[in-house]
Design a protein around this ligand. Structure first.
Ligand SMILES: [Zn+2]
Length: 95
């Protein structure tokens, strides 16, 4: 089992790398404000303690390829097959 300090350090490192990449790619300004700080702190908290996924919109037969189970991302085709909006796989949910 890893030490909790290492988990926290890794979470901070991962979020920092993501922030640096966003800045380098031009998605994020170098100017930091209160909203940025809140976003960063919440991102670290989410990595340490991921929010419980909302399972109310999950289907019984998720995409066999990528595991997508969100009903909004799985579109019925001709009432027989389902097309996964995430990866494009078309499958028969009953199979
Ligand atoms: Zn899929």
């Amino acid at each position: 089992m890893t030490k909790p300090e290492l988990t926290i350090a890794d979470a901070i490192r991962e979020v920092t790398v993501a922030m640096q990449k966003a800045i380098a790619d031009g998605y994020r300004s170098r100017m930091i404000d209160a909203d940025d700080l809140i976003e960063v702190l919440l991102a670290i908290a989410d990595r340490l303690d991921p929010p419980v996924p909302d399972t109310t919109n999950q289907v019984v037969c998720p995409c066999p390829d990528c595991g997508m189970a969100d009903a909004d991302r799985l579109v019925w085709q001709n009432g027989e097959f389902v097309r996964c909006d995430a990866c494009g796989t078309i499958y028969a949910p009953d199979a």
